[in-house]
Design a protein around this ligand. Structure first.
Ligand code: GLY
Ligand code: MN
Ligand code: MN
Length: 441
């Protein structure tokens, strides 16, 4: 495995080098300095928020710790100026993994000043990342700190994942699947949200701080809170619905999977879950180069309209439910997003390498991906259907109220909502589902 990893990482770096050289040439720079990010202390406190490297840095080098600089110059091997201060309070950042150290020139330095000295001054350096004041203090002018035209190119290119990235995300899905299986068993045995969360972490073999995003462990009515963050402990009784949205970390990347399971739920809700599973699979089947992500999102709304109509939540045919916008309060988020170093990875709303934006239509304000689907993109497909009191209330009070069966809606509010989410990588003629081989349901 190690020689394979080393080889795929070194090819990944070769791709990044080529992209960076092109972006530098197009924007008039000779050198790229990428900052790993800074530590953030809570206000008037000596405690720190968990550190997470910036995405630009993580794209190049999966190494622990803040303040490092990564230097890229045309025709040269990338140099990692790694800051590793002596410390007896904390364990210093782990050394760069061997597969990294064999492809990148690593220079270990005791502090950030030493890293800047090692970087040395160079005209036409572009600085990318957090730490603009540090860059200014070392002679980099404002216009060269996160220059928009350069960053747009890096973000645009980041949508095309290298085989190293695809395999890393695939492996992160495999790790997460262990957590999902453990969480499902806990749910079926009547565990609380807190206990399911712990079962998930143990099943992945990870810690909370390392997660790509906080787990969403939502039972029953809380499944309608899209990014539900609490973890209720015992005292709620045995849940009948679990919506689990969780990721697993690997080499700075993370998976992003959602499953909704029922155990003794309202039968209408259970049939909606089964219908959503079919809809999600149909949407996945349409993923191929040339398809428009926005078109898939619209198809998801049509599918939600059919589910609502079949379940008689709405009293009108699916077509009318779709045309009158009845699906919007039930499916208020976007169908999905790019996935990579960041769970909502960059570049989803770019129209071109220059950074021109391609925003979603105003009726779908939360859609994060408007690009045409192309080979090597990795994104999620995550349709949902929720009973969210805050969004249903205006409908209940408005002119479209007669189009819904409100006693049924009130019953289903107790079941919360449904989301089913897989990670997909786009191939030359279709896609590869990175999730289902490890987590079929
Ligand atoms: N886990 C957040 C999302 O699915 O976008
Ligand atoms: Mn997602
Ligand atoms: Mn998710």
């Amino acid at each position: 495995m190690q020689p394979l990893l080393e080889e795929s990482y070194s090819r990944h770096l070769a791709v990044l080098q080529e992209r960076a050289e092109r972006a530098l040439a197009e924007t008039g720079f000779d050198r790229l300095l990428i900052h790993a990010g800074r530590v953030h202390e809570y206000f008037a406190d000596d405690q720190e928020a968990p550190f997470r490297p910036g995405g630009h840095f993580g794209h190049w080098a999966p190494v622990e710790g803040p303040a490092h600089l990564l230097e890229v110059r045309p025709g040269r091997r990338a140099r990692l100026l790694r800051v590793t201060p002596p410390d007896f309070w904390y364990e210093p950042p782990a050394p760069a993994p061997p597969f990294v150290a064999r492809s990148v020139e690593v220079v270990d330095l005791p502090d950030a000043d030493a890293a800047w000295r090692e970087a040395g001054g160079a005209p036409r350096t572009a600085f990318v990342g957090e730490g603009g004041e540090e860059a200014a203090a070392h002679g980099i002018d404002d216009g060269s700190v996160n220059p928009a035209r350069l960053v747009a190119r890096l973000d645009w290119d980041r949508a095309y994942k290298t085989p190293y990235e695809e395999e890393t995300l695939h492996e992160a899905n495999r790790i997460a699947a262990g957590g999902f299986r453990a969480a499902k068993a806990a749910f079926r045995s009547g565990a609380s949200e807190m206990e399911i969360h712990h079962a998930y972490l143990a099943g992945c073999g990870t810690t909370e701080d390392a997660l790509p995003y906080p787990t969403i462990v939502a039972t029953d009515e809380k499944a309608s809170v899209l990014h539900y963050q609490r973890k209720r402990d015992r005292g709620q009784g045995k849940p009948a619905v679990l919506l689990l949205d969780a990721g697993a970390p690997l080499r700075g990347y993370g998976s992003d999977i959602t499953r909704t399971w029922t155990d003794g739920a309202d039968p209408v809700f259970a049939s909606l879950v089964a219908g959503m599973e079919r809809l999600q699979q149909q949407l996945c089947a349409s993923v191929r180069p040339g398809a428009g992500y926005l078109d898939l999102h619209v198809a998801a709304h049509r599918g939600v309209a059919e589910l609502l109509s079949e379940a008689k939540v709405v009293t009108v045919p699916a077509e009318e439910a779709f045309e009158t916008g009845l699906t919007h309060p039930f499916f208020p988020h976007g169908l999905g997003h790019f996935l990579g170093i960041q769970v909502h990875d960059v570049g989803g709303r770019l129209a071109d390498r220059e950074g021109t934006l391609k925003p979603p239509p105003s009726i779908y304000p939360f859609l994060r991906t408007t690009r045409t689907i192309e080979e090597r993109m990795v994104f999620t497909i995550e349709p949902g259907l929720y009973f969210i009191p805050m969004l249903l209330e205006p409908l209940r009070q408005g002119p479209k109220a007669p189009l819904l069966d409100w006693p049924l809606v009130d019953r289903l509010i107790r079941s919360g909502g449904i989301r089913i989410e897989d990670d997909l990588s786009v191939t030359a003629d279709g896609h590869r589902n990175l999730t289902r081989p490890h987590l079929p349901h």
